[in-house]
Design a protein around this ligand. Sequence first.
Ligand code: SF4
Ligand code: SF4
Length: 135
Amino acid sequence: MAKKCDFGQICQKNTCHHCCVETEMLLTKKDIKRIVRATLTLPKEFAIRNKNGYLMLQNKHKSHEFQCFFLNENGLCSIYEIRPEGCKFYPVIWDFEEHKAILDDYCPYCEEFALNLSSVSDNLENFIFRLFGRL
Ligand code: SF4
Ligand code: SF4
């Protein structure tokens, strides 16, 4: 059986934090509780509502760009172990038209995650259903 690749290792190997810039990553209530508990940061510091009313990560102007509140000055996620569930799945995302998990080609290295696609598909489906109440 082919060995699954580790999401974080691929990002680190490519010294990439592309998806942490101008992020629109949605947050679950559990994400927010976990992050507040671990970082003692108020939700209003790191979360905002998007135009559809969903809570998402907030960007801050740093290093001449708008970066996720939690991206540190070394280009690393400062809450990696407790990062939002959606960040753990990315670059695997849900295609609402095809009703299946796909790799987001916004990630410049998305092909390196191909082995993970089928293994996280069911969990992603559950996550999307919990988030939106539909698929
Ligand atoms: S929480 Fe971490 S992994 Fe998610 S967008 Fe922010 S910096 Fe990136
Ligand atoms: S864009 Fe892709 S390779 Fe870059 S940090 Fe995000 S998931 Fe990792």
